[in-house]
Design a binder for this molecule. Structure first.
Ligand code: AVI
Length: 374
């Protein structure tokens, strides 16, 4: 049973969520009235799909030109790629997911205590299925904290599934935001300030996804988050740490070949979405730790000299035997780097939580009041 205060809060959240839905409904109704039935909505969807294809085509055209071929890592995550990534997380060699989950299981009471407000807004960037976040949300519930959870992800389908399961299993309020990170966090903030509920925020960026950014991009990303933070807000980020290179190499070359399929799926995506003619068997997955740059590099290597035609671009791309397409970096951090990156972004490292073997770190940041924008 909800007490009266909780009921009032719940009412306000529902009002905000319903207002958003109503606003959308009103827009759609007006459009329909003006231009006749759902065709407009459907056309809009097709336009968005075409726009995405244009961006993808542009990036492929630039990325496969010349000698040092590369593609942005975000294209690894179409629906097949996202499912394969879920399987990667379950592979015995891929330690980050289970290590981070074990840290959350051990330290979530401490993290919850650090947030001494009774009511908290939890914003998660790239929430996926929110499996690990559930550990934290369960802890908040056990400590009788009131929570509104804002998962932000680009996949509508996953958000819907997560929202339904968290609402029914934990009985918490979920406002799912389908968007990319910076738009999503701004939208969540707008809802929080509009409803004036749960102003204290916990922002989550788990899974060591920060490692997929170039260091300069990571710093810019933290600055973007910092700008949305107020006094008392807290940011929790998962960092994968430096370790024995054999362990790192194994994590990205699992014996079941799931990471290889995840990487090669990018060629299948080009075939499907841009009418490419890649023979996937003529490429191989490679991943290795680059000690100097302290990152795992993932590539697709051409097994022979070949010319590949991509119909959408009406272009051939030449590959020499042994030539690679660089598809992803995964940077590994140490405590100094974590402190440095925070300092340069106007954040202070307030606390850190690690597993006993120091494989992974959950770093907790607050904003630095004295930070001057450069
Ligand atoms: C999502 N990201 C943190 C993963 C990583 O470890 O860099 C992506 C991944 N690529 C291959 N395996 C996992």
């Amino acid at each position: 049973m909800l007490d009266l205060g909780a009921r009032r809060i719940e009412g306000r959240i529902n009002r905000v969520a319903t207002e958003t839905v109503q606003t959308n409904a009103r827009v759609v109704r007006n459009v329909k009235r003006r231009e006749g039935h759902g065709l407009v909505v459907q056309n809009r969807k097709q336009e968005v799909t075409r726009e995405l294809a244009r961006h993808f085509a542009f990036d492929v055209s630039v990325g496969l030109r010349g000698k040092r071929k590369s593609l942005p890592f975000r294209y690894l995550y179409d629906s097949a790629g996202s499912k394969l990534f879920e399987q990667i997380c379950l592979q015995p060699e891929y330690y980050p997911t289970r290590t981070e989950a074990s840290i959350l299981a051990k330290f979530s009471p401490m993290i919850a205590q650090l947030l001494n407000n009774r009511a908290i807004s939890v914003i998660e960037l790239g929430s996926g299925k929110s499996t690990k976040t559930k550990i934290l949300l369960e802890q908040f519930k056990a400590m009788a904290k009131e929570v509104v959870y804002f998962p932000i992800d680009i996949s509508d389908a996953i958000l819907h599934e997560t929202a339904v399961s968290l609402t029914t299993e934990l009985g918490i309020n979920v406002i799912a935001i389908p968007a990319e990170y910076s738009k999503g966090i701004k939208k969540a903030n707008k809802i929080i300030s509009k409803s004036r509920i749960f102003p204290r925020k916990l922002i989550l960026f788990l899974g060591s996804s920060i490692g997929n950014f170039e260091p300069r991009e990571a710093a810019a990303f933290l600055r973007m988050i910092r700008e949305t933070m107020k006094e008392g807000d807290v940011l929790l980020i998962g960092f994968d740490l430096h370790k024995d290179r054999r362990m790192l190499d194994a994590a990205y070359n699992d014996k079941n070949g799931i990471t290889a399929r995840f990487n090669l799926n990018l060629l299948e995506r080009i075939n499907m979405e841009l009418q490419g003619q890649f023979d996937v068997d003529k490429f191989a997955h490679i991943a290795f730790y680059n000690e100097k740059l302290r990152r795992i590099e993932m590539h697709l290597v051409s097994k022979e000299d070949q010319n590949i035609y991509i119909a959408y671009l009406d272009k051939f791309f030449h590959f020499e035997r042994g030539e690679t397409i660089h598809t992803e970096n995964s940077y590994k951090y140490d405590m100094h780097q974590i402190k440095d990156i925070a300092k340069g972004s106007g954040l202070i490292l307030k606390d850190r939580f690690m597993d006993e073997k120091k494989w992974f770190c959950l770093a907790l940041f607050i904003q630095d009041d004295c930070y001057q924008k450069r």
